[in-house]
Ligand binder design. Sequence first.
Ligand code: ADP
Length: 508
Amino acid sequence: MELIRVNTSMNLNKFLILNRRLHLLKSKAYINGDWVNAQSNKTFSVLDPSTDKPIGTVPDMDATDAKRAVDAAAEAFKTWRNTTAKERSYVLRRWFGICKENRDNVAAILTAEAGKPLSESLGEFDYGNAFLEFFADTARHINGEIVSSPWPNKQILITRQPLGVVSVITPWNFPYAMITRKVGALMAAGCTCVIKPSEDTPLTALVAAQLAEQAGVPKGVINVITSSRENAAAVGKVMCQDPNVGCVSFTGSTFVGKILYGLAASGVKRVALELGGNAPFIVFPSADLEYTVDQALLAKFRNAGQACVGANRFLIHKDVFDEFVTIFKNKISAKIKLGPGTNPGANCGPLINATQAKMVASLVDEAVSKGAKVEIGGKYAKQFGTNFYEATLLVGVKPDMKIYSQEIFGPVAVCSKFNTEDEALQIANNTRSGLASYVFTKDLGQAFRMSRELEFGMVAINDGILSAPEPPFGGIKESGIGREGSRHGVEEYTDIKYTLFSGLAKGM
Ligand code: ADP
């Protein structure tokens, strides 16, 4: 089974070649077209989650470096904002093309620092690069409006203008795609940016910047600053509050998203927030169970469950509960292969770090101590490394267990039973999160009802994967503000300007 839909047929030789493809690794940050150290000269190590061994070091930057990067982006904005849409489209397409030529190199670095299987890294690369291609096209379709005027001799003109420097703060679970999805859109709109990648995965971001440089992205349009977790708050403060910043675009935890939202409020900055999810995966009796379980494997075990759109709560109708659990358990056992990302055949890698692995283990342990039953897995897989956790299926989960309501972010599937459609909806909507949701049914009316009633930004009917550049990605409630991808994703980075042309009568 391939957890990502990508052609990954690959022999051992190719794997070995990929392992040597780390020559694009950078150990400096990128400000105003220069590869630089932190002004303090401090650095921190980036670890391979499969081995916990360092694969590189990068500058540990602080507020001073952040300010320098924002200034560079602000200077570049003065020119970039006045480029034509056609020029921006051309630059984005060149970046897309150069990245594509380096597909295997980027994927190798993704696997090295994020731990994901190579097949998934290639899948993330293809997904992420598709945003650059899509926004190269979209750049040429950011249009205004001329609306009918209520006054004689006056004309109303509505234009969209780039809103300035965008602070881009990204997580470790999709280190390439989270950057292209934001940066492709903001560049198409005419904005410039400062990127702060996660301390766990800064290397992919530096590679993306390196390839952007090769593609002729002008200096200062993209800046990448790297910092350790200790410096994240100080750097984040500058990125949210510097007067030159027009928007904060963040993907990460709801906890940090709320902090950044608060910081941005003092300057009334625009925010684009993609925060945590708590996706229900609802299965009705009419669903084809074999197919549904295959989709469940995708929705749950992709990236070892570390995805904000990952299925977090499997809600199964009572009539098919036992059968679903049996098929799910058998398919997990037959198809999920744990191992380091470079192992041929591995499709479930380590968790990103020891903290994440511990968090997942403690959620399972607490549930089991309160009576949940482990169908398969339920423990660390230390034979592969300290951060590996077995693909796990739990049943008998109750509302008093943390795992019932918390985002798991690990390879642990939790199945609960429901009796009626109304009950499924009530359980599904009973959360402050509202990102992705999944429904499996062959009843068309039921599919439409669920689409209407589910309080989530995204509803997938009969599918376990829903992201692409064309549809708008985003959540409601505490899952975020704004959309990424689609033309809406570009509009996030524009301000609407209304200009009134008056005095048009002859002789005025
Ligand atoms: P995750 O659990 O995915 O690491 P986080 O929300 O903790 O999610 O981190 C996402 C991104 O936010 C990372 O780049 C991290 O360094 C950054 N970050 C964490 N805390 C802060 C902060 N106080 N200010 C700015 N960025 C932060």
